[in-house]
Design a protein around this ligand. Structure first.
Ligand code: SAM
Length: 213
């Protein structure tokens, strides 16, 4: 579900800075070769991630849910020479595809791929992060939040994707619709969290920005 008229979205893309050819090719090949291409971050969202990253100039970024690596490459655009992005993906079949594009990036050595269940991987991480991009299994969003907040630096930014869940957050969920139930609760927790200041942006499927106070 898009929340804005298609022609207006096209206009917004045209009037925004363009994504690189590497990202264009990644998007095209994801659609041609990989299942569920809807999981890709959109062009506008990608430019937004890149913009935020360039503003924050992060030393360390964590991405939860790599998929084909589009978000990782967008976020990596803001890394200085010593900065690093750690990105976690449970589906190891995607690694070869990610590498095809990561290897062409001038940030290649700064991108660290982790394969496995993100909850397990994050629990073992000792790092503190300037930016966390939460974009994996929705049913675990609250569990991720509990792990992430202590690992966010002061003024660090948590970016949570799909928080409007195609509009389903507005209605009472079906009995078995765990994802919607978790996202509704997650959005309320973010709003009331004593360590976070949050703004829910209606970009595409909903993107929350939370700053650690
Ligand atoms: C929406 S996609 C990520 C899109 C990507 N961040 C982007 O910007 O293009 C979600 C990804 O999370 C992965 N995922 C789902 N559950 C996971 C888990 N428990 N641990 C790690 N990755 C997971 C999925 O396999 C999928 O590739």
């Amino acid at each position: 579900m898009e929340f804005i008229d298609e022609a207006l979205l096209e206009y917004a893309i045209k009037k925004s800075s363009e994504e690189s050819d590497l990202l264009k090719n990644l998007r095209k090949e994801t659609h041609q070769k990989i299942l569920h291409p809807r999981m890709l971050s959109s062009t506008i969202q990608g430019r937004f991630l890149s913009f935020i990253s360039k503003l924050i100039k992060p030393k360390t970024i964590l991405e939860i849910g790599t998929y084909t690596g589009y978000g990782s490459l967008c976020l990596s655009e803001g890394l200085g020479k010593t900065g690093k992005i750690h990105t976690i993906e449970i589906n190891e079949e995607l690694i070869a595809f990610q590498n095809q594009f990561f290897n062409k990036s001038n940030k290649r050595d700064q991108i660290h791929q982790h394969i496995g269940d993100a909850l397990t991987v994050i629990k073992k991480m000792k790092k503190q992060f300037d930016i966390v991009f939460l974009d994996a299994d929705k049913s675990n969003y609250i569990n991720y939040l509990k792990l992430i907040v202590p690992k966010l630096k002061k003024d660090g930014i948590l970016i949570s994707d799909n928080v409007l869940w195609s509009g389903k957050v507005l209605a009472k969920p079906e009995k078995n619709d765990i994802d919607t139930k978790v996202l509704q609760k997650f959005n309320t927790i973010l709003k009331n969290h004593p360590q976070l200041e949050t703004i829910l942006l209606p970009i595409r499927d909903g993107l929350s920005l939370s700053r650690k106070i």
